[in-house]
Design a binder for this molecule. Sequence first.
Ligand SMILES: C[C@@H](C(=O)O)C(=O)SCCNC(=O)CCNC(=O)[C@H](O)C(C)(C)COP(=O)(O)OP(=O)(O)OC[C@H]1O[C@@H](n2cnc3c(N)ncnc32)[C@H](O)[C@@H]1OP(=O)(O)O
Length: 253
Amino acid sequence: MAFSIERRDPGYLLFTIERSEKRNAINYDVMEGLSQALEKASEPEIKALVITGSGESAFCSGGDLSVFHLLHTKEDAYPMLSKMSNILYSLLTLPIPTIALMNGPAVGGGCELAVACDFRLARKGVKAGFVQGKQAITTGWGGGSILVEKFPSPFAMKLLMEADLETAEYLFKTGFINHLFDGDSLQQCGDYLEKMLSNDLEVLKSYKRIWINKWKQAGLRERIEEEVKNCAILWESDAHHQYVKNFIKKNTR
Ligand SMILES: C[C@@H](C(=O)O)C(=O)SCCNC(=O)CCNC(=O)[C@H](O)C(C)(C)COP(=O)(O)OP(=O)(O)OC[C@H]1O[C@@H](n2cnc3c(N)ncnc32)[C@H](O)[C@@H]1OP(=O)(O)O
């Protein structure tokens, strides 16, 4: 199974990508798992959704390049990008708080998954970055638009345009990471959530609605659709295919 979904104390749903051998890369099974978790997170008594990856080698290494290298044209790429962008938009607008528990690196689409969550908790020393620019594409799951909506422009623009991996410590200073931890990630996450989840679910939902309304008014859904379409166009470039070919070659030697 590529994922697991578990109810945990104090009242949150834990979604784990169970693909540590692929550094928790997102394939179609993981997308299906995320959709199921989003549905389950709407059940009564669930006060938050926590997303993590198994092991400590990665939170999520982005799109599974061993699968997505089969997508050549923009017509091939668009359905995959669009599907995942719909999942990330549902995650963004989930009526309860959401947490990316970054026990390891978050790379490319993995960083898009993290930015779609309300809070990001990272293990000290891990790295994270929107590296897509180095692969001759842009973010294509909506993460660029979400980043720009949530963070000050010069910071967001620098992260996207430099397309580098940054340390969790730098990202903490800039506010992208909300909490740095050592030791047991689930224990740390439980401690971080304890005060918040001691409040009534309707209070949490009412506050979350303030952000959801803001994002709706800002036309974020439409902006994400534009990002998806633009990424699909870049996807079919020779430069991108060359990058992916090199990645596959390097990793099958
Ligand atoms: C779709 C797009 C988007 O944003 O829209 C994207 O996400 S583009 C995807 C962006 N992601 C990437 O460029 C790949 C990022 N991956 C990495 O940077 C690295 O793997 C780290 C996550 C930092 C972990 O490094 P570490 O040295 O621990 O592991 P490693 O590189 O030896 O990888 C271990 C195994 O996982 C596989 N692996 C790692 N990342 C993968 C990925 N994204 N897709 C498919 N396989 C992947 C490697 O091929 C290797 O398989 P074998 O053991 O069989 O050799």
